[in-house]
Ligand binder design. Sequence first.
Ligand SMILES: *[C@@H]1O[C@H](CO)[C@@H](O)[C@H](O)[C@H]1NC(C)=O
Ligand SMILES: *[C@@H]1O[C@H](CO)[C@@H](O)[C@H](O)[C@H]1NC(C)=O
Length: 325
Amino acid sequence: MKVSTDVLGNFFLRGLIVACSLPLVSQCPNDRDRSIAPCMCFKNEMTCDGITAPQDLQNALQEVKQLSLDKFFLTNSIIPALPSNLFNGCDFQHIVVEETDLPFLTSPLSSISPFMGIVGLITQVELRKVKSLNSWDWTLFSPLKTLRTLIIIECSFVFIPNTFSNLTETNIQVLTIKSSDVWWIGKSALSTLSQLDTLDLSGNKIKTILRDMFPSNIRILNLKDNELKSLPEDIFEDMNKLYLVDLTYNKFETLSLSLFSDFVDKLSPLEIQIEGNPWFCNCSIAWMLNVHYIDVYGTDSTVCASPSDLINKILNDINWVSLGC
Ligand SMILES: *[C@@H]1O[C@H](CO)[C@@H](O)[C@H](O)[C@H]1NC(C)=O
Ligand SMILES: *[C@@H]1O[C@H](CO)[C@@H](O)[C@H](O)[C@H]1NC(C)=O
């Protein structure tokens, strides 16, 4: 008897929830409604795929203005720029552009932000396989005060320009610029992002970094899979919140303990990851095995690349004392 009461109660409750939430659910035009073609709408998401005429995009967005959609996808498209005021009257918080050729974010003639209508709403922008980010006018992101997360993956973004620092007005806490062929970073490109907590620059071609490029409040710095051979002596200076640095799969042969002198008195140790580098195993890196204020991850799987008598020897297995360290 109890079971059936529960089932009944449950049923009733669900009915109640559905009934109550109905007025809040935004209604996408149904399948047969071609008014937003070539875009599609499902629940609170809208996807525009294979766009070649900006006007199609504009017409479709016009149709969904009254709905409270929060996620917008633009995929497999080729358009020169997003129409200015494209998102006027929309509610999108999350914009994803994928596999799209978009040489200008907005027309260079008008320079009006395509984000105008949703300036105070956007929290996340994701760009995947978007070509030619280097010709984008990044100052257009500057008014997006609520922007928290910017993700750039598998785009061609050879140079992170200094105008990127114009995002300083935003609230960017998570910045990913990953697998995007980055070679250079402008000297002040990232330093002004004072809210930045997590910076992922993995999978690029970065050979050189300088302290000035980075803001101070950063907690996680991911430099995995780049071409770094060394770090400047002051790289971690005044990074008081730093707790994780990923240096795996770079070209480090050695790493000086003196880089970490700011962390000596820290309550919790700084974690660094070191696997996949061509380590030269001599006394200069022996500290990795026994410094209390740095947690070196991967010493049980990381091997030496030289000298010849230690090739492929796991760091943990080396008798450092016999090496005279
Ligand atoms: C961002 O760029 C705009 C346009 O170039 C400029 O007016 C503004 O001062 C810049 N803001 C910052 C913080 O650099
Ligand atoms: C250990 O090897 C590195 C890389 O070749 C070198 O820079 C460093 O001077 C060496 N350290 C010692 C103590 O020989």
